[in-house]
Design a protein around this ligand. Sequence first.
Ligand code: FDA
Length: 309
Amino acid sequence: MLRTTLLAASRSPRSRAIVQQLPPTRALVQRFVAGERLDEAVAVTDELVGAGRRITLDHLGEDTRDAAQAADTAAAYEQLLAALKETGLAERAEVSVKLSAVGQFLPQDGGKVALDNARRICEAAADAGTTVTLDMEDHTTTDSTLDIARELRADFPWLGVVLQAYLRRTEADCADFSGPGSRVRLCKGAYQEPASVAYQGKHEVDRSYVRCLKVLMAGEGYPMIASHDPRMIRIGGQIAEWEGRKHDSFEYQMLYGIRPEEQQRIVETGATMRVYLPYGGEWYGYFMRRLAERPANLAFFLRALATRS
Ligand code: FDA
C-alpha cells in the first residue's frame, strides 16, 4: 500500500513540487545522488574508482515530452563521456540511459527520436572507449526499449540492457539476450506493475530472479547481478561458480548509497563491483523509487522532517 502510494507520487507533478521544497529532502537526496553538477559526478566517480569500484553514471531525467529537452539530455551525456575520457576514468566508468529521457514518450516519432539520441550517446561512448547500458522503465516501454537495443547492438555490440525479474516475460527475454557479447543487467524491477504482467510477491520475484540468472549465467553473454539482496548475491555467485565463470565474465552492481559495506566486501573478493551513480537536478522520480523500496528510508525522511519543523 505504502509502496503503491510512493510510486504513484513519483509520477505526480504536484507531489514533486511539495517534496522538492521540504527542508530535509536535500540531505537525504545526497545519500543517493552524487550531486547536481557534472564536476561533482566526476569527483565522486574518481573517489569510488580509487576505492576499487567500477561505475555506471546516470544523468538524471525521465518522461520528457519535449524534443529540445531530449536533445539536451543527449548533449549532457556527450559532455559526461568527454569528461570521462579526459580524466582517464572511461576505462572504469560507463553510462546508463533512460530512453524516456531522450524522447521515447514524445507524441510524434518518439521511438525514432530516442533511437537517434541514444545513437549519439553510443558514438560518444565508443569515442571515449567505454559502454552504455539502457535502463528499463515500466512494462509499457519494454518492447520499444528492446527493439531499440537490438537496432543499436548492430553497430555497438557492447550495448547493455536492463531486464526486470518481476516481469513474467523476462525469463524468455533473458534467453533472447544471452548470446555472445550480450551484456544484461538483471534487477528485480522498481515500478508499480499489474499482476497480469508482473509477479507481485517478494518470493515469486526472487524465484524468477534466480531462474533468469540461471539462463544468463548458462549463456554466452556477460551477466550483471544488480541487487542488494544478500540471497540473490550469494545464489548469483554460486551459479557463476557452477557454470565455471571467472571473475571477469560477470559482475555485481548496486546503487550509490545502498549497502556500501557489502560493496566493499565484494571488491575484496576480487569480483567486479559496479556502482550505479546518478547525478543532475532531476532527482525526484529516482529518489521516490528509492523511498518506495525500503520503508526505513521513508521513516528516516519523516523523522528528519519532524525534527526540522
Ligand atoms: P530487495 O528490494 O529485496 O532489497 C534487498 C535488501 O537491499 C533490502 O533488505 C535492503 O537491505 C537493501 N535495499 C534495497 N533497496 C534499498 C533502498 N532503496 N535503500 C536502502 N536499502 C535498500 N529497476 C528498474 O525497474 N529499472 C532499472 O533500469 C533499474 N536499474 C538498476 C540498476 C542497478 C545497478 C540496481 C542495483 C538496481 C536497479 N533497479 C532498476 C532497481 C531494482 O529494480 C530494485 O528496485 C532495487 O535494486 C531493489 O531490489 P533488490 O534487488 O536490492 O532487493
